[in-house]
Design a protein around this ligand. Structure first.
Ligand SMILES: Nc1ncnc2c1ncn2[C@@H]1O[C@H](COP(=O)(O)OP(=O)(O)OP(=O)(O)O)[C@@H](O)[C@H]1O
Ligand SMILES: [Mg+2]
Length: 455
């Protein structure tokens, strides 16, 4: 297929410009080239570009400055930055300023090709075409990404990028299924500890009696049943990140011990005198409001302050509905690949149903709903009728009394229309649900001038 993107190359090195020009020409694109920022702004003022390939270091105006101008004056133009001097900070800054991608010089043509491909795909796939950080934050290589373009999620991404490299304790709160563990993993993955252990411990799953020996370990013979010396989870997580899930469930006894570990940065096995030096970063999560637990006396205030140096609150999905379509597209693609079926499209009507549903189980519920639809239905296009009844039932397409009384004929017409939608226009099925035969349904459709087919 012909690549129709309008592309501008901005680089002060003629060799780079030539090489990139040639690579683009093989894709059928004739790019424009500028050797400095001023010239580039001239081109940008004259015509709309889909994509700018922008060098960071240039003599008069540097690429970062130009990136900001492009993003403020031409927000729909995408920018891929090119640099000979890569650092994490510049990469993060570029992405924050709205660049879509980042190439390091000297790059192979295949890398440029890959970046162009990715840009073409994302431009097509995204409903609006937000930049990488607007769409999601990358975790590890295989872990996928955290998706979100709503303002609260954007703020959370910024916070993650900012706190990840530090050793500050982070407390993540939010309803069940909002992505607390995902955020914890993102912080770990973007930190200097990323190649070390991420130890996730669910405090509600640990039995109180065994908790101490689980966390701290024990020496042989320290209590009945301690046949062997055992390393504790803290020790095993050394140099890594320790994730305390459902922290509100820790008993006051263990809370006191945890506080000591944090203050002294060391721990001891049960029954042992030897101190073990600990270098761990603590992230905790709770779906309860810990401040209330503090007030109620079930959670130590001093520990609460130690754990919540950086608090991150993830709002429920119903308070950030802008993320629903993006998340749905993401899950449809990911789950289809996982279960090896062709990736279906989703109709606007079905997407509306998903957008309107309150999602009490948050992102996890959305993910499971989509998985269920993909496993049970082979449709090429997902329509409202494919969604579980519990979800479409709350959708307002059969509100009959909201505007006052209507005639029986009108009621019948609307109910038939509703059933046709519900069954994706399958007449036999609709007739069945309406308790009439197919022929009668056909007559009624004609009489009410309703479409005989799917909407
Ligand atoms: N923003 C997101 N982007 C992509 N996937 C997400 C996002 N938020 C949540 N998920 C997915 O939803 C599921 C639930 O997320 P997670 O386990 O992190 O939630 P949680 O807040 O820890 O839930 P709980 O309180 O029940 O433990 C996971 O499969 C996760 O991958
Ligand atoms: Mg969790």
């Amino acid at each position: 297929m012909q690549d129709k993107r309008k592309i501008l190359i901005v680089d002060d090195e003629a060799v780079v410009r030539k090489a990139v020009e040639r690579a683009l020409q093989t894709r059928g694109i004739t790019p424009r080239s500028a050797s400095n920022g001023k010239e580039a702004l001239g081109f940008l003022a004259g015509q709309r570009f889909d994509l700018v390939l922008l060098d960071i270091r240039m003599p008069d105006m540097d690429g970062m400055e130009l990136l900001q101008i492009i993003k403020s004056k031409h927000p729909s133009t995408e920018v891929i930055m090119i640099t000979g001097y890569p650092t994490i900070e510049t990469a993060v800054d570029c992405i924050k300023l709205g660049a879509t991608d980042y190439l390091v010089k000297p790059f192979r043509l295949s890398e440029l090709e890959a970046a162009l491909e990715k840009n073409a795909r994302s431009a097509k796939a995204l409903r609006s075409s937000p930049s990488l950080i607007e769409r999601g934050l990358k975790l590890g290589q295989e872990d996928g990404i955290i998706i979100g373009q709503s303002r609260p999620m954007q703020k959370i991404f910024e916070k993650i990028v900012r706190v990840a490299p530090t050793d500050s304790s982070v407390l993540i709160t939010g309803e069940s299924g909002t992505g607390k563990e995902l955020v914890a993993r993102a912080i770990h993955a973007n930190s200097a500890r990323s190649s070390n252990v991420f130890m996730a411990v669910d405090c509600s799953a640990l039995v109180e009696a065994l908790m101490e020996s689980e966390l701290f370990g024990h020496v042989k013979g320290s209590f009945t049943g301690a046949h062997q010396t055992k390393h504790g989870l803290f020790e095993l997580a050394n140099t890594g990140t320790f994730f305390f899930d459902e922290i509100a469930n820790l008993s006051l006894n263990i809370q006191a011990k945890l506080l000591r570990v944090i203050q002294e940065r060391e721990c001891m096995k049960v029954g042992d005198q030897k101190k073990i030096k600990l270098d761990i970063r603590i992230i905790s999560a709770s779906n309860k409001n810990l401040e209330e637990s503090v007030k109620a006396g079930t959670f130590r205030e001093d520990l609460y302050y130690r754990l919540s140096v950086v608090p991150i609150h993830i709002p429920p999905l119903r308070k950030r509905r802008e993320d629903i379509a993006l998340l749905s597209d993401y899950f449809i693609e990911r789950i289809s690949r996982k279960i090896k079926r062709p990736i279906p499209e989703i109709s606007e009507e079905a997407m509306d149903v998903l957008r309107d549903y309150p999602w009490p189980g948050n992102v996890r519920e959305l993910e499971h709903t989509i998985e269920r639809v993909l496993v049970l239905e082979d449709a090429k296009i997902i329509r409202p009728g494919h969604l579980p009844a519990s979800i479409s039932r709350t959708h307002g397409d059969f509100q009959i009394f909201s505007e006052g009384p209507i005639t029986l004929d009108e009621l019948e017409k609307r109910y038939i229309s509703f059933m046709m939608k519900r069954t994706n226009g399958k007449k036999t099925e609709a007739a069945d649900l309406l308790g009439i035969n197919r022929k009668t349904l056909g007559l009624k459709l004609k009489r009410y001038e309703l479409s005989q087919k799917t909407n």
